[in-house]
Design a protein around this ligand. Structure first.
Ligand SMILES: [Zn+2]
Length: 225
């Protein structure tokens, strides 16, 4: 789960930790937490975003050599291997690992609210199209939809800190991902300097920042989202 959370949310491995807590006589617990003090709010956004939860579960299935229906992929191991869950650090427990133990759970999670979620995404998409977008923003939004990528959680979201305006993200994704769709104006030197300052401030506040340049529509946004 940790591996898949980090991949889907574009986090470093050490930003998320987890442990298994056996409790006598009760259901055992798996605890997943953010390692940075205060955290970036990443995990709470998973709990409130069924689409994100679904994508993390699908990624976890993939890491465990399953396709989205639960069938073994061609390179599947028997119970565990270094390609899926085994690491140097958990080698003491390798003999207990069995990737099939969580398959059903992950399959259920990966199908959770799929219909509801895609409905929400459509509603958002149509709402955004009615708002005041630049032609480039509109183009990128349409492309996201065409590629079945995630539709932003917000558009033109104002980010402020202690009453100070930090930036207005053209597209905003939970958790804390700002996407800037930069038209030709942003190629001007003084705008560039201003953009860089904003980005630094956002990064300091724990935001991830992505930019889409007007000449490069096939930018990484589609890969990450
Ligand atoms: Zn394996």
């Amino acid at each position: 789960m940790i591996q898949s959370i980090c991949t889907v949310l574009n986090l470093d491995d050490d930003e998320i930790g987890g442990l298994y807590q056996p409790i006598t006589g009760k259901n055992r617990k798996i605890i997943i937490y953010e390692t940075s003090e205060g955290g970036a709010g990443t995990l709470s956004s998973i709990a409130s975003d069924s689409d994100l939860l679904r994508r993390i579960s699908s990624k976890a299935l993939y890491i465990l050599h399953y396709d989205e229906t639960g069938k073994d992929l061609h390179d599947a191991c028997d119970k565990s291997c270094y390609g899926c869950i085994c690491t140097y650090y958990n080698q003491r427990n390798h003999k207990y690992f069995d990737r099939s133990a969580v398959k059903e759970f992950l399959l259920q999670m990966s199908q959770i609210n799929a219909l509801h979620s895609s409905f929400d995404q459509n509603v958002k998409y149509n709402e955004y199209l009615k708002t005041d977008l630049t032609s480039l923003e509109r183009e990128v939004l349409i492309r996201l939809k065409e590629q079945n990528a995630r539709i932003p959680s917000g558009i033109h979201k104002v980010i402020s800190k202690d009453g100070e305006l930090i930036a207005e993200a053209d597209f905003y994704y939970e958790p804390k991902i700002c996407v800037f769709i930069n038209g030709p104006d942003h190629d001007k030197d003084y705008v560039k300097v201003d953009d860089e300052k904003k980005q630094m401030k956002l990064k300091k506040l724990g935001y991830k920042v992505l930019s889409v340049h007007h000449e490069n529509h096939s930018s990484p946004i589609y890969l990450i989202l």
